[in-house]
Design a protein around this ligand. Structure first.
Ligand code: SF4
Length: 158
């Protein structure tokens, strides 16, 4: 899909949505383009180094992400506004090697909220609200910024 011209992409997406409605289809749609994901998805699973780190409705993931990696992805997505500043949170470090992932949370070498438990214990994928699953030791205590509709307010509070 990413190799297609944007207008052709839109035509293909609209065709998929039309077919979905008419034939009651379910799609498993794998993509990196968050605007496309938001447009087409009812539920979203965010993956990091081969693991699902967050799974929820599209609305919940985009407006109220509960995993730091999801929040970083949302902040880094470009917005169609020539006056908007670029994302301010380029993640430090490299993506972990799936064949030799870090101990504890796979995301801990890059996470701004890492604590000792993150370095030693692998977090389970837990349901922290109805239908909202997160793989993070600190999911309940972190307040993370969602998609950049509020581009000027990207602060995160612990
Ligand atoms: S478990 Fe710790 S390192 Fe992993 S995402 Fe949560 S806060 Fe960050």
């Amino acid at each position: 899909m990413s190799a297609l011209d944007v207008s052709v992409q839109a035509q293909v997406l609209n065709l998929l949505l039309d077919l979905q409605q008419r034939l009651s289809l379910t799609y498993l749609f794998v993509a990196h383009d968050l605007s496309v994901v938001k447009h087409i998805s009812d539920r979203v699973a965010v993956m990091y180094v081969g693991q699902i780190v967050e799974l929820a409705t599209s609305a919940a993931v985009f407006a109220h992400p509960r995993h730091p990696y999801t929040a970083a992805l949302l902040r880094s997505a470009p917005v169609p506004d020539p006056n908007a500043t670029s994302g301010d949170v380029a993640l430090a470090g490299e993506v972990a090697n799936p064949a030799d992932p870090p101990r504890g949370c796979y995301f801990h070498p890059r996470c701004p909220f890492t604590t000792q438990v993150c370095r030693t214990e692998r977090p389970a994928l837990r349901e922290i609200a109805a239908g909202h699953l997160v793989r993070c030791h600190r999911a309940e205590e972190l307040t993370l910024t969602g998609a950049r509709a509020d581009a000027d307010d990207r602060s995160e509070r612990r």
